[in-house]
Write a protein that binds this ligand. Structure first.
Ligand SMILES: Cc1cc2nc3c(=O)[nH]c(=O)nc-3n(C[C@H](O)[C@H](O)[C@H](O)COP(=O)(O)OP(=O)(O)OC[C@H]3O[C@@H](n4cnc5c(N)ncnc54)[C@H](O)[C@@H]3O)c2cc1C
Length: 444
């Protein structure tokens, strides 16, 4: 069995930041990624609405890290961690492999949560993986071309956090600017009393007004109680129920940790919260172990938000402890640089840090574009996305719609859940074993 100084699990924001930081001290590192790409999740909704195309936001992680010569990239799905023996087991296209480590950093992200209604996974479109966004794009295209009946041309978005607002706003823009004859109806359903409840106040008020002006029907203080074929049932806080005929339902209402969190909890004795996220220590270590770190969306540290800056800063913090730049046990301190959400062109909101007043309108919209372009991996991707934005937001094209393939039955092809024994794993990872083999479709 081979071994390395640090094993990093996950090639998202946290894993990538950790690997880059470790490379600064030439520390021998192996990064294990389930799908072999670095997915820029904040632009998934733009792939779904045809603004850009998938390959621009999901470059191969080996390509992103090619100049970091001390980082080895492996495509594999981690199934087990033995914290006593310091061994990670993972499934690859060639079979089961093992690797020993001195330190382990786990950044395996989050999956969708359906509040006890896992059957809704098959009736809704998620927005977590590239496949999710491409499936939704195919469905939206079909909705615009559908016969003029209400259900086929109605989209319900569940959850008015940043993702839900961005999806609803961009579908509305798509309908208004590119298919004004299609009479698309868009409903946004949110259990809290505000859209973007994390922001509140004037920014939530501005977002609500912009969405309504764009033609989105917003239902705040309202919960989804049933999702059946072409019908979504919602109930408001007063108990009034109504049915919305809708052929397309986008789920952006909740997340839970990926299954690896359970594996780590079991291996280290770490507690989890009700969403399965690891309740890590303040120095990002897990349970009683000083050699295992966990971070990002799969963890809960004092309620820090599930956002990319948290994962990136935590990745760098864990790496700094390992490379001796920060003392063992040093508490992680999050530097809040603010939050932002796009609504449609040219409307967005920015909540700056330190209680500074929020920004709205074209200034926030331009700020959103600039920040997301900056954090996108690879200069070539940045140039290509900028070109797509010019074509989509200033011009009259939707570059992603030229790449849309037909979906056999119009239903999502990727759902959160365990593959059956013998089922082919995505990404060429072979066949699921039973019962101890890989347990879930890898998420990006
Ligand atoms: C649609 C959408 C929009 C968003 N918009 C924003 C935004 O505008 N701003 C913002 O700050 N944040 C945004 N976020 C949140 C942000 O993307 C996450 O907070 C961030 O990706 C978390 O990073 P992470 O490293 O913890 O997990 P991820 O980036 O999800 O990475 C997890 C990695 O672990 C891998 N993995 C999982 N299980 C295994 C396994 N068993 N073995 C091997 N590898 C595994 C996955 O393949 C993946 O590479 C958005 C999220 C979504 C879904």
């Amino acid at each position: 069995m081979r071994s390395t100084h640090v094993v990093v699990i996950g090639s998202g924001f946290g894993g990538l930041a950790a690997a880059k930081q470790l490379a600064k001290s030439n520390i021998e590192t192996t990064l294990i990624s389930a799908n072999g790409t670095h997915l820029f999740q904040p632009l998934l909704y733009q792939v779904a609405t045809g603004v850009t195309v998938g390959e621009r936001i999901a470059p191969p992680i080996a390509e992103v890290l090619r100049r970091r010569r001390t980082v080895d990239v492996v495509t594999g799905y981690v199934t087990e961690v033995d914290a006593e023996r310091k061994v990670v087991t993972y499934a690859t296209a060639d079979g089961i492999e093992q690797i020993g480590y001195t330190y382990l950093i786990v950044a395996a992200g989050a999956a969708q949560a359906y509040f006890g209604h896992d059957e809704w996974a098959d009736r809704t479109f998620a927005l977590k993986t590239l496949e999710d966004s491409e499936n939704l794009r195919t469905r939206l295209r079909a909705a615009f071309d559908a016969p003029a009946e209400i259900a086929a041309r109605t989209v319900v978005v569940v959850g008015a956090g940043a993702t839900g607002v961005e999806v609803a706003g961009q579908v509305a823009e798509l309908a208004r600017r590119f298919h004004d004859d299609a009479e698309i109806r868009i409903h946004l359903v949110e259990g809290a009393d505000d859209v973007l409840p994390f922001y509140g106040g004037t920014l939530s008020g501005y977002t609500l007004a912009a969405l309504e002006k764009a033609g989105v029907t917003v239902h705040t203080g309202t919960f989804v109680t049933a999702i059946e074929d072409d019908v979504v049932t919602v109930k408001d806080k007063a108990g009034a129920e109504r049915e919305i005929a809708a052929g397309t339902v986008v789920w952006s209402a909740g997340v839970k940790a990926t299954p690896l969190a359970g594996v780590i909890a079991e291996a280290t004795g770490c507690e989890t919260d009700r969403n399965g996220r690891l309740l890590i220590n303040r120095d990002l270590t897990v349970g009683g172990r000083a050699d295992v770190f966990a971070l990002g969306d799969m963890t809960n540290l004092n309620g820090l938000p599930g956002q990319s800056p948290v994962a990136m800063q935590q990745g760098r913090h864990a790496a700094d402890i390992i490379r001796g730049k920060t003392g063992p046990g040093t508490h992680f301190r999050y530097l809040d640089k603010g939050s932002m959400a796009m609504i449609d062109t040219p409307h967005a909101v920015i909540q700056p840090p330190l209680g500074l007043p929020g920004l709205t309108g074209i200034v926030a919209w331009a700020g959103w574009l600039a920040v997301h372009l900056y954090y996108l991996a690879g200069m070539g991707n940045r140039v290509a996305v900028l070109r797509d934005w010019l074509r989509a937001f200033v011009g009259t094209a939707r570059p992603g719609f030229t790449a849309t393939a037909a979906l056999p039955d119009g239903a999502p092809t990727v759902t959160v859940g365990a593959p059956e024994a013998g089922e082919e794993l995505p990404g060429g990872l072979g066949v699921a074993g039973a019962p101890d083999g890989p347990r879930q479709v890898p998420v990006a």
